[in-house]
Design a protein around this ligand. Sequence first.
Ligand SMILES: *[C@@H]1O[C@H](CO)[C@@H](O)[C@H](O)[C@H]1NC(C)=O
Ligand SMILES: *[C@@H]1O[C@H](CO)[C@@H](O)[C@H](O)[C@H]1NC(C)=O
Ligand SMILES: *[C@@H]1O[C@H](CO)[C@@H](O)[C@H](O)[C@H]1NC(C)=O
Ligand SMILES: *[C@@H]1O[C@H](CO)[C@@H](O)[C@H](O)[C@H]1NC(C)=O
Ligand SMILES: CC(=O)N[C@H]1CO[C@H](CO)[C@@H](O)[C@@H]1O
Length: 500
Amino acid sequence: MALSKARYRDVLDSMYSMLALVFVLVACVELCDAATVVDVYRLIQYDISGVPFGSRLATLNHHAGSLHFSPGTDLSRTVVMIPVRGLNITFVREFISQKKTLGGLLFLLPEMFGIENGDGGGTRDDVNAKGLIKNLLEELERLLIHVKMPYPVYFAFENDKIEAVLDDVKKNDATGQSATATTGGYKLVVPTSEPRKVASPTITNIQGWLQGLKADGDSNQLPTIAIVASYDTFGAAPALSVGSDSNGSGVVALLEIARLFSLLYSNPKTRGRYNILFGLTSGGPYNYNGTHKWLRSFDQRLRESIDYAICLNSIGSWNKELYIHVSKPPENAYIKQIFEGFTNVAEELDFKVGLKHKKINISNPRVAWEHEQFSRLRVTAATLSELSAAPELLESTGGLSDSRHFVNEASIIRSVKLVAESLARHIYGFQGKNIKIFADNSSLAVNPSYIRSWLDLVSRTPRVAPFLSKNDPFVLALQKVRFFHPLFFIYVLCFLVYFS
Ligand SMILES: *[C@@H]1O[C@H](CO)[C@@H](O)[C@H](O)[C@H]1NC(C)=O
Ligand SMILES: *[C@@H]1O[C@H](CO)[C@@H](O)[C@H](O)[C@H]1NC(C)=O
Ligand SMILES: *[C@@H]1O[C@H](CO)[C@@H](O)[C@H](O)[C@H]1NC(C)=O
Ligand SMILES: *[C@@H]1O[C@H](CO)[C@@H](O)[C@H](O)[C@H]1NC(C)=O
Ligand SMILES: CC(=O)N[C@H]1CO[C@H](CO)[C@@H](O)[C@@H]1O
């Protein structure tokens, strides 16, 4: 069952707690003595406008079965183990839509999607195989987050133990006899209490500020440029939603751009005549709800001082072309200036930027891109992304398949060079001149190891907003970023959930 578009206008209104759990796998073959413990991750459970989605139960205590069950088998007391590798997605879609009564589902994910599995090189064949399985996982995720399943659904990573169990279970199923306590087999147990609604969840925006230099008078009267990235994620398994590309890549690029400009701004001789505002926004998957709240927290003078805002989203896995998405027409003087500035730098760096124009619909609260939240307040803004078209709500939000494996540091480095260099030329009035401010090997060079270490950190940090408090180590790490001096931070707490 897919959600109708109309319903998407409302943001998610409840989330249920419970992330990773320890899964106790009890082998009950003849002698009930061997027990194995495997980490499992529960499928998300949430409501939109009172409509329930995801897995609605958590406690599990049933026998393991495979997809090799004989037709007509009663599966109401069986946990069906489904390896994602080689999965027939049509079959799973039909299986779920039949709304069978099941004891539960356990999906086995390839190891490389594990959070601990950093970047892997591999041959070209590997890359193709990885691409296929990534697409499969994306499809599965899309399927699972948009249905309601009245039974527990978990994910686990493949390993020798669990594969051996699956082999045994398949053999048993092939005999046509279902496993029970008396016939032997395996029992899968998750001893947990049922989830509760997350009480007053909040989302946290983080803001930084570089003060420009005004020779005579008040620097608050200077124009401002805003650089923004949404940092939270949404996915089928909250505990696995690290979003290396969406939008870990944008966060990492923002931090590096902030580092570069704070170097320039720490010297009065190179401090620009623009203030620079950095925003790490939350609620990205929920219609950029945090951005919406953040913008409304500005006083009018700040909002009016914003020359333009650049939002960075999914810029970690492109090759040849990036897109600038705007809602003002391409003929608009500001848009022309931004686009020409970016195009010139991109040419020097030997790639292309395309301009994509999509009008906003003021009477529809649903936005396609982050910059549209700015556009709605008449602030000129653009989103830089490798995506040529806007994803649907709750898509490309950093779920299961968006792992470190598929993000390329070189793409982020080139994106940083593009944005930093274009902005610097705008700030220092070098438009149209081939002047490299952030030249390689200079003291202002882009720092690949800095980029890599942040990318590694975001790729290890699940960031589904209601589960990420303002005291989360990741949020604290962002707050402590040293170069952000003399930047300051403000936490804007937004209430995402309404209770009736
Ligand atoms: C996948 O499952 C569908 C539905 O059960 C079936 O019709 C199709 O033949 C299967 N495809 C493969 C490649 O097994
Ligand atoms: C704008 O949004 C409103 C409300 O969702 C909708 O009724 C209308 O058809 C939309 N207009 C266009 C031009 O898409
Ligand atoms: C930067 O330095 C490295 C080695 O330190 C060198 O290989 C590279 O060519 C230099 N790049 C530029 C643009 O000077
Ligand atoms: C953000 O969430 C709040 C609370 O659920 C809701 O009232 C508001 O309309 C949302 N804003 C946007 C822009 O979606
Ligand atoms: C989690 C999140 O905000 N993801 C965003 C990443 O970027 C893409 C492309 O701009 C957005 O569509 C996602 O919503």
